[in-house]
Design a protein around this ligand. Structure first.
Ligand SMILES: Nc1ncnc2c1ncn2[C@@H]1O[C@H](COP(=O)(O)OP(=O)(O)OP(=O)(O)O)[C@@H](O)[C@H]1O
Ligand SMILES: [Mg+2]
Length: 451
């Protein structure tokens, strides 16, 4: 390309030379200077080339009464013709140059695109026009591109998807820990996409996540496809899910009161991003403790966007009823009414899990279940009873006023009537003063002594 550019620069003087020819021709072939003229050889204006330009110019030339004047007019006309010819030539040259410049730019763009793709493929990644397929889905505003991971690379990174690398098991498949060639640790969700539902969730998740960027939303690193199996590659969250932390072997012992408040605040921030800052707004539709993932510092991020819908989509209220028992808002379960307040309800359930250390639905007997909401509601508003139902792992470790406050927020979030529930922004602002400054809130060190 450098050579081509140089060639064009060398051509420039040559073209200017060509451009000057009509003027020189005139200068050499024209009559002597006007001051030394005595009798004009042929003053007839008809001897001028009869181009439309010259004709029209002649129409505007005032008639000259004397021979000397006629001769001067003749010389002027010749000069005019030479100038017009030069200008036309200049115009043509400019056009040619513009054409060459446009072509040159296009060629450059194409070759740089090609080399970018080549270098990605060499690294084992290739950028694919994957998202174009999903034009039927409503999308959020950020422009996106997503990396494609070769199957071989994923096999190698996950030790051939060995059982020892399993991080968790979900409805459509398993999630594996993996290490890429650059030593980066990632999580790979391996989805068996035999059913249309699974394919749809895979496409929806990749499409939405590829356009989102927020500290409290999981980062999508890429995707892969191998026959009916689909892979989604995410950043690795070292402390797994909130569900595992609360209800797994450790039974919430790793989560102090302040860490729990931070997790609640982070989750609210993630939801606020979906509801208030995505365009069109996004409803997560499957918020639950297993979809809140925790990194090495217990920063919480929302994951699993397979069921998420955009608020602007016309068929938002026709989407198949989905979600997880215990977290689904009553109006959505009974009337198919889906709004951002459905996420607020699910958030209230997660807040109750954090406070009480209980699962959203507990089995009492083989055919008898109890929801955390119906069980806790009467005790949450009774200040004498509330301290007794708090998770034993954090009992007596918090400021009582803060406990009452959080319980009040949870009660509001799980109101059966969606319009009585607060917006997630309001929830977020009520939680900020309860979280220490070093964990992302505004609570000062002097106020919190024991946590
Ligand atoms: N990026 C990740 N980093 C670390 N662990 C993860 C990551 N993604 C998922 N996991 C773990 O894998 C588990 C399974 O995840 P998955 O989203 O497939 O299912 P789920 O949320 O438990 O259930 P469901 O299929 O009903 O959504 C999670 O609960 C979590 O423990
Ligand atoms: Mg999940």
């Amino acid at each position: 390309m450098g050579g081509r550019k140089q060639g064009m620069e060398e051509l420039l003087p040559l073209l200017l030379l060509v451009l000057m020819i009509p003027v020189w021709t005139y200068a050499m072939g024209s009559d002597p200077p006007l001051s030394s003229m005595s009798a004009p050889p042929d003053p007839s204006p008809r001897s001028l080339p009869s181009s439309p330009v010259s004709t029209s110019m002649a129409a505007f030339t005032p008639e000259l009464p004397t021979g000397g004047r006629k001769h001067r007019l003749d010389s002027h006309e010749k000069l005019l013709v030479a100038l017009i010819a030069s200008c036309s030539l200049l115009g043509a040259i400019i056009l040619i140059f513009m054409g060459l410049w446009v072509y040159h730019n296009k060629f450059n763009q194409k070759s740089s695109k090609k080399s970018c793709q080549r270098s990605e493929t060499e690294k084992g990644l290739s950028l694919a026009p994957f998202l174009g397929k999903f034009s039927s889905l409503k999308t959020v505003s950020r422009k996106s591109s997503v990396a494609f991971f070769e199957n071989k690379l994923l096999e190698k990174a996950s030790n051939s998807f060995s059982d020892s690398n399993i991080l968790g098991v979900g409805g459509f498949g398993r999630v594996y820990k993996a290490r890429l060639d650059d030593n980066k640790h990632v999580a790979i969700k391996k989805l068996d996409c035999g059913s249309q539902d699974a394919v749809r969730e895979f496409e929806n998740e990749v499409d939405l996540l590829s356009k989102m960027q927020h500290p409290n939303v999981i980062s999508l690193l890429g995707y892969g496809i191998n026959d009916e199996t689909r892979f989604i590659v995410y950043e690795l969250m070292q402390n797994g899910s909130l569900e595992t932390q609360l209800h797994g072997l450790s039974q919430g012992s790793a989560l102090t009161w302040h860490t729990r408040m931070k997790i609640a605040l982070d989750t609210a921030r993630g939801l606020e991003y979906l509801h208030e800052h995505c365009n069109p707004p996004v409803i997560h539709r499957d918020l639950k403790s297993s979809n809140i993932l925790l990194d090495a510092n217990f920063n919480a991020k929302l994951s699993d966007f397979g069921l998420a819908v955009t608020d602007g989509s016309q068929n938002k209220n026709n989407v198949k009823l989905s979600g997880t028992l215990g977290y689904v808002a009553p109006e959505y379960l009974l009337d198919d009414r889906l709004t951002d307040k459905s996420d607020v309800y699910a958030f209230g359930v997660v807040l109750l899990e954090l406070l009480l250390g209980r699962k959203p639905v507990e089995k009492l007997a083989p055919a008898q279940c109890q929801s955390i909401v119906t069980w806790a509601m009467p005790q949450l508003t009774d200040r004498s009873k509330l301290p007794n139902i708090v998770d034993p792992a954090i009992k007596d470790t918090m400021d009582m006023k803060h406990l009452y406050q959080v319980a009040a927020v949870a009660v509001l979030c799980v109101q059966p009537e969606p319009s009585y529930r607060p917006l997630i922004t309001d929830v977020l602002h009520s939680l900020i003063p309860l979280v220490p400054v070093e964990l992302g809130g505004t609570l000062r060190a002097a106020v919190h002594s024991n946590n």
